[in-house]
Design a protein around this ligand. Structure first.
Ligand code: CO
Length: 133
């Protein structure tokens, strides 16, 4: 089994502050980590739930993939991050199983992680992020 944890569930939002406030009021959740990821054109807030996170993510540029996703499908579930020991090995295994990579090779993610995204087409409709912590 290559997956070790659900690393995070990512939810695309238009207003990050409003979303953080909602999670704070509804669940008492606090932001454990916040980061602007220039490469992906997003700002994220990570809310810890046991050993996993809820990742609230908002675009900071119109050409961000998250901006396009919100434009097309509205706010909501954007991707699931699966934690793995070895991102390259997990990516190769997914491709061997017929999945379509977005990242051809692992690359830097937020929080100092190594990540690779895999296209929803070929993965039963879910954008998957492989996360090596
Ligand atoms: Co993510």
């Amino acid at each position: 089994m290559l997956l070790t944890e659900i690393d995070h569930v990512a939810i695309a939002v238009r207003d990050l502050e409003a979303a953080i406030d909602f999670y704070r009021h509804a669940f008492g959740a606090e932001v454990e980590h916040r980061e602007v990821v220039q490469r992906d054109g997003v700002e994220e807030a990570m809310l810890k739930v046991a050993e996993s996170y809820i990742q609230l993510v908002t675009p900071i540029r119109d050409d961000s993939p998250v901006a396009k996703s919100i434009e097309k499908r509205g706010e909501g579930l954007h991707h699931v991050g699966y934690r793995v020991h070895d991102c390259a090995a997990a990516l190769a295994s997914m491709v061997a199983a017929g999945a379509t990579p977005i990242d051809k090779a692992p690359r830097p993610g937020s929080r100092g992680t190594t990540v690779a995204f895999v296209h929803p087409k070929g993965s039963f409709g879910t954008l998957i992020e492989l996360v090596q912590v």
